[in-house]
Design a protein around this ligand. Structure first.
Ligand SMILES: [Zn+2]
Length: 70
């Protein structure tokens, strides 16, 4: 079973579209990057009809140091 679910229209498995999210923190009223990144799911897309489904952060990976990934 596809953990991302199925398209309500086509009943086919949705596919995740990933992006690299940079972690940032508020420091003295300025948003600074911590240097850590994670692979986050931007949205799910149906390969059949192309419809996009917005998701929350429940599919996102753990934060890792940028150097870990090269
Ligand atoms: Zn569809």
């Amino acid at each position: 079973m596809n953990k991302f679910g199925k398209c309500l229209t086509c009943n086919v498995d949705l596919e995740p579209v990933y992006f690299e999210e940079k972690e940032s923190k508020l420091y003295e009223n300025t948003l600074i990057e911590t240097g850590r990144v994670r692979t986050a799911v931007d949205y799910l897309v149906c390969p059949c009809c192309g419809e996009r489904f917005i998701v929350d952060d429940s599919f996102d990976g753990p934060w890792v140091p940028k150097t870990y990934r090269g």
